[in-house]
Ligand binder design. Sequence first.
Ligand code: GLV
Length: 316
Amino acid sequence: MKLAVWDPGEPFRRWRDALMQHAGELGLAVEVVDATAEPDAQADFALVWKPPADWLAGQLGLRAVFNLGAGVDAVLPAMHACAPDVPLLRLEDAGMGRQMADYVAEAVLHAYRRMPEYAAQQARQQWAALPLPARGGFHVGFLGLGQMGLAAARRVAAMDFPVLACTRSGARRDGVDPDWPLVSLERLDEFLAACRVLVVLLPLTRHTAGLLDWRALQQLPRGAYLVSAGRGAVIDEHDLLELLGDGHLAGATLDVFAREPLPADDALWRHPRVRITPHVAAPTLVGPAAAQVMRGIAAIERGDAPGGRVDPALGY
Ligand code: GLV
């Protein structure tokens, strides 16, 4: 069978070598082609990161498309338009959860240990100890509790911070601690009001785009800290800047933005209480991702359902 990889951000040979190795271990005979170099080659399975719609439209025999990342917002519109009946699968953790947990844990500790204020004091050469907030009252709220959110929430809970969460449905699933308060998006305001740190790890869908505007962010208690590492367009960045400016928000650690790369003239770059990273919280790891994709292909070959199937109606 033929696999086509579309991922301009990664040297093709890394994908090919990893896929061939895992195919061999599973006893599958595969040929792997670089779709960016051979766009006309017809494949049985496509492995993609942000592929152009016209390339997808030209792939006439696809049995499944594997998204080489957790979020599918960049590929779903092309799938709708060009391959509506082809199953779309996304990576399920594949080593990204631990990276996300690291990223979020660092940001939570940064906020808890009052590092934004110490940075301001350092700029004034000011030597002054600030009291620590009571840990038991320092609630960390997770907006979105998918693979990434759950991995990060568990880490933060293991650091003895009280965790709460808000998800689309509010339904509990495996791995969610029964002690964590969990509500649906209908109770977003109430959830936000309880967060000292808000960690945003929602997928970008038509329901979440612009969800955190001025009105919603205003529900956070004064002095709350924001961590955003899912998709930038969930947050209205203009409103965010306003709330940082008037001190309602103490600071923010931002990994994702409505426009990436973040334009050089964007005021977020220069805000003294904003830390910016270039969408690196949880990059795809080629080895674990290739292993998961090959296991998915093996499942399809056996007639089983592979994990990570995207529901196009929900958008994730
Ligand atoms: C990264 O943003 C991903 O969706 O995996």
